[in-house]
Design a protein around this ligand. Sequence first.
Ligand code: PMP
Length: 297
Amino acid sequence: MYYSDKSVAFFDGAFLRAKDIAISPFAQTLHYGLGVFEGLKAYHTQHGVRIFKPKEHFARMKATAEALQMNFDYSLEELELIAYQLLEYNKLKNAYIRPLLVAGDHMALITGNNTAKLFMAAWKWPRYLGDKLLKVCISSYARISPKAMPVMGKISGAYVPNIMASTHAKKHGFDEAIMLDENGYVAQAPGANIFIEKEGMLLTPPLGYIMPGITRATVIELARQLKIEVRERTITVEELLQADAAMFTGTATEIAGIATINEQPLKLPYAKSQCARIAEAYDELVHSVHEPAYTII
Ligand code: PMP
């Protein structure tokens, strides 16, 4: 699904057959989860193949690597160029792009001095949570605490609680989980941010415990353009359960509407919600981006 014998991926400075890439079994990333990844999406737009907001994604990856004191020396332009080259090598038009910084061989519990190796692959991936409205549950697994590690980017090891939450939700017949923060407020989904709707207004948890999602920021911008009021504030479980509508937002998820939370249906038919209007506007936006694809360096 992610690669075939012919797929090309990037690793440690070169484009290689994905099947031939070998990561050292001594890499710190494998043992302790000290790694940083990103998830970008390319769309076949009327202006050609365009990656949505690549600079924002790569800037988040670099900032997260810096927060972990991982050495990593690609510029935003170089990263963007590699991503577009990958799409070309693999003849992909609509695709998900996954860069990962792999820390060097190091068994001690401190960030090693070696420069992290860049892996990047791309593949066709349908919308992460599918196209239907979701049945979700509130998870007993909490969102990671900002007191334990930076929450502003995708740190590999930070995904274990998210995997627990999703796996547990699916095992019990739900499509996805909603995780609370350590104070019991609504945080987000394991791989997406959340918005709830109340009387035509959108509410979303503030930055602090959550991933500062690029889709979340895009949705806030789109809502302003559509004159839908948006507030970033803490949301209680009670407010969540009494929401008129709700949606998850993320690069791979895009906008996914929620039908039920803990088996309780939300009040509005989704098609009549502001969430549905946002979903339509988002779809239009990602398919109409026309910035130059990349600069040759
Ligand atoms: N939270 C988590 C934990 C994620 O992994 C993601 C991305 N998959 C998001 C939120 C959404 O972020 P973005 O909109 O930048 O993709």
